[in-house]
Design a protein around this ligand. Structure first.
Ligand SMILES: CC(C)(COP(=O)(O)OP(=O)(O)OC[C@H]1O[C@@H](n2cnc3c(N)ncnc32)[C@H](O)[C@@H]1OP(=O)(O)O)[C@@H](O)C(=O)NCCC(=O)NCCS
Length: 168
């Protein structure tokens, strides 16, 4: 007997809404950080600081649960960082809930981060990614980011970071 056909990726799943995170999202953001990253996690206080910072944007991707529960579920997040004197923005973090990976949500969060950076007058976006992060590297390269530097021994476990950038 042949295996059943898989549904097209993402079919039937609700479309997420992306908005600026508030302190009410803090618990969910911490839980997402733990689910998405094995090491080098941002601590709760760092996430709280990012939410309140005038030079950072925390973007939250939410979906309405299918069972009619009115509380939206956090399925992804991105953190954008700026410096007052620079037109180069930095994507400090991007994460998608593991059960939502590979459905294009990372691309949507990246779009939202780029739009936000442009709105702040930035003309370039930079980021670092672990050299062994296949999903991240694929996401950035498919979207026109180019590698411009390598930082050895950047992460907690000694892994090097690849630095990428893209003109906005
Ligand atoms: C990186 C991450 C944000 C990508 O989010 P996503 O929603 O899965 O992204 P997309 O669905 O837009 O897919 C990104 C690409 O990676 C591919 N991909 C997904 N998982 C992969 C894997 N394990 N290995 C290689 N490629 C993978 C997808 O097929 C897609 O490629 P395509 O556009 O050619 O089909 C997500 O995997 C994640 O949260 N990872 C954990 C946290 C993390 O590593 N963040 C990045 C730090 S720099």
């Amino acid at each position: 007997m042949s295996a059943p056909l898989r549904n097209p990726v993402g079919a039937g799943l609700p479309e997420p809404t992306i908005r600026t995170a508030t302190l009410a999202d803090l618990d969910a953001l911490v839980a997402l950080e733990h689910a998405a990253f094995a090491i080098d996690r941002a601590e709760r206080r760092a996430i709280r600081h990012a939410i309140g910072s005038p030079t950072m944007d925390v973007l939250a991707a939410l979906i309405d649960p299918p069972d009619g529960d009115p509380t939206p579920v956090l399925v992804g997040a991105a953190v954008l960082e700026r410096r007052r004197s620079s037109r180069i923005a930095r994507l400090a973090s991007i994460a998608v809930a593991p059960n939502r990976g590979g459905l294009g949500l990372g691309g949507k969060l990246l779009d939202a981060a780029e739009t936000r950076a442009r709105a702040h007058g930035c003309d370039r976006l930079r980021l670092e990614v672990r050299a062994d992060n296949g999903a991240g590297i694929r996401l950035y390269e498919r979207r026109g980011y180019t590698r411009f530097a390598v930082r050895p021994d950047y992460y907690e476990d000694g892994m090097e970071a690849w630095r990428y950038e893209r003109a906005l």
